[in-house]
Design a protein around this ligand. Structure first.
Ligand SMILES: NC(=O)c1ccc[n+]([C@@H]2O[C@H](COP(=O)([O-])OP(=O)(O)OC[C@H]3O[C@@H](n4cnc5c(N)ncnc54)[C@H](OP(=O)(O)O)[C@@H]3O)[C@@H](O)[C@H]2O)c1
Length: 251
């Protein structure tokens, strides 16, 4: 399939869950979808599944914690396409499960931050030169309402009772990164936003989420396809009491 004129989007952690569904939807919109996955077998299978559905999908071996695969991904995209239009930092982990707060280990925090925070910086910095070459690039960082300091500070809000020490704080750090990249790149026209997918049934939460992945991809797709005058430095998603993908959440 020709990629002439097609937008190029990289989705990290795209072999399953919200990432795979986001890739599927963006493929349907005619974008060339780069399926980032740390496992070659799972990534190839996901890309093949998307191609079978008619999308122009290519597997990219990308472990966000492995600098070699990050650098190789940037080199391959440069050689193949010369630019990147959309980066969706979707790969994420919830390692601690429901471990009581005081029993969460520093190692669990380190392992979580490696992927949810440091991995995002590694991938974003490696791909920024290619995003700068696009006419209207977008970066989407997949966050959670559990990251919101404002909701956590409100003891009447259910978020304040979900004290996932490593996961929530890693996503709060991600939100901070989102704002800094947004402010840094504002002049260049690159829109950088955080997405809240909703509470979605995936492997991440043992499929305890209330909604299907079709719902969970909406916020990322919305932010990946913003018009040039769209928002930047915003936290948008399927918010409490609202089913629209452009509900503004408090940081
Ligand atoms: N589900 C929810 O309710 C919910 C709510 C709010 C936010 N989120 C966020 O949404 C994003 C997607 O989560 P999900 O629910 O779709 O979970 P998921 O089904 O478990 O998918 C997570 C994806 O991240 C990948 N991944 C993990 N570590 C990686 C690494 N080092 N390098 C590259 N890829 C890696 C996984 O790959 P493997 O298959 O190789 O493990 C998988 O493809 C995450 O950032 C999560 O925090 C989810």
């Amino acid at each position: 399939m020709s990629t002439d004129g097609a937008q190029i989007v990289l989705v990290t952690g795209a072999n399953k869950g919200i990432g795979l569904e986001t890739a599927r939807r963006l493929g349907e919109l005619g974008m060339t979808v780069l399926v980032g996955a740390r496992d070659k077998g799972r990534g190839e299978a996901a890309a093949e599944q998307l191609r079978a559905g008619g999308a122009d999908a290519r597997f990219v071996h990308l472990d966000v914690t492995d600098e070699k695969t990050v650098a190789a991904t940037a080199q391959w995209i440069e050689a193949e396409f010369g630019r990147l239009d959309v980066l969706i930092n979707n790969a994420g982990v919830w390692i601690e499960g429901m471990t009581p707060l005081a029993e969460v280990t520093v190692q669990q925090l380190r392992d979580t931050y490696e992927i949810n925070v440091f991995g995002v910086v590694a991938v974003t910095n490696a791909l920024l030169p290619l995003l700068r070459r696009a006419t209207a690039a977008r970066i989407v960082n997949v966050s959670t309402e559990l990251s919101s300091l404002q909701l956590s500070a409100d003891t009447t809000n259910h978020v304040s009772s979900m004290r996932l020490l490593a996961y929530n704080s890693s996503k709060t750090a991600l939100n901070s990164l989102t704002l800094m990249y947004a402010n840094e790149l504002r002049e260049s026209g690159i829109l950088v936003n955080a997405a809240y997918p909703g509470f979605i049934a995936t492997d991440l939460n043992g499929h305890r989420g209330f909604q299907p992945v079709e719902e969970g991809a909406r916020a990322s797709v919305h932010l990946a396809t913003l018009p040039a005058d769209g928002p930047t430095g915003q936290f948008l998603g399927v918010g409490e009491g609202s089913s629209t993908a452009d509900t503004v959440l408090p940081w």
